[in-house]
Design a protein around this ligand. Structure first.
Ligand code: IPE
Ligand code: IPE
Ligand code: MG
Length: 245
């Protein structure tokens, strides 16, 4: 927060409680530099580290990032392996920094699909950060929203079977409790860098009334100024939720 220009801008902004980001464009970033895709992912991880800090400084309470989708398992074994190893590398390298910044970690997705070592690191990061509360960083790994909804339906089926709930009692709120995001508020703002204007199976239920901001820049090039611009745009939006105000 050392740039007075940027500090002044933030004073007049409406700050969303929950920001979600589809971290897209790492591969193209690497390609432009004639580098292997895995170096693009590494640059993307470094960007995440910065963005967490900026968001915490701006008092954003929840940051949910799409790091690896269910569909990303289709990529080459080499790319998948490098991403799984990057998870391990990231948490060992930045453990102290994440602690110092007060970052609580959570993960959503089909974590049982992860290789044993990556899963262990993820579980430990979650466990060790439970008491921190400056910002909650929620990372979507092996995550697909349709899969999440089907999983929720199965859990609901079990609740019916064991008598915890009757079908008449199902509401939007208690259905949400069966989702991975049960104890998180819905995102207020979704940012997708990388130039694509689609959701790619991310948080379909939770994004129902989220403001969406697309930006052409590739994720590793995303800057503090870009975040400020997204927040400025969010501040200008009129969230009517279907009302006629
Ligand atoms: C996003 O970057 C990271 C993951 C999907 C894991 P991409 O790897 O999709 O980068 P592009 O879209 O090919 O540039
Ligand atoms: C979405 O990006 C998933 C992540 C950023 C983790 P993709 O690159 O996989 O999405 P598509 O293929 O462009 O829809
Ligand atoms: Mg992509």
């Amino acid at each position: 927060m050392n740039n007075p220009e940027q500090n002044k801008k933030i004073e007049n902004l409406k700050i969303p409680a929950h920001v979600a980001i589809i971290m897209d464009g790492n591969g193209r970033w690497a390609k432009k530099r004639l580098l292997p895709r895995k170096l693009g992912h590494r640059a993307g991880a470094e960007k995440l580290r910065q963005v967490v800090r900026w968001c915490a400084d701006y008092n954003i309470k929840y940051l949910t990032v799409y790091a690896f989708s269910t569909e990303n398992w289709q990529r080459s074994q080499d790319e998948v392996n490098s991403l799984m190893n990057l998870i391990i590398e990231f948490f060992s390298k930045y453990e102290d920094e994440l602690r110092a910044e007060g970052v609580q970690l959570r993960f959503i997705g089909e974590l049982s699909d992860l290789p044993a070592k990556s899963l262990e690191v993820v579980k430990r990061a979650e466990h060790d950060s439970q008491e921190r509360n400056r910002i909650i960083l929620n990372i979507a790994l092996s995550y697909g929203s349709r899969q999440e909804i089907v999983r929720a339906c199965k859990l609901y089926g079990k609740a019916l079977q064991n008598g915890a709930l009757t079908s008449d009692q199902l509401t939007i709120d208690n259905f949400s409790d069966f989702l991975y995001t049960a104890d998180l508020p819905d995102p207020d703002l979704l940012i997708r860098p990388g130039g694509e204007q689609r959701i790619s199976n991310f948080l379909l239920w939770q994004l129902s009334y989220t403001e969406i901001y697309f930006i052409d820049k590739l994720w590793p090039d995303f800057s503090k100024e870009d975040l400020l611009q997204a927040l400025a745009e969010y501040s200008r939006r009129d969230r009517r939720y279907g009302d006629a105000r």
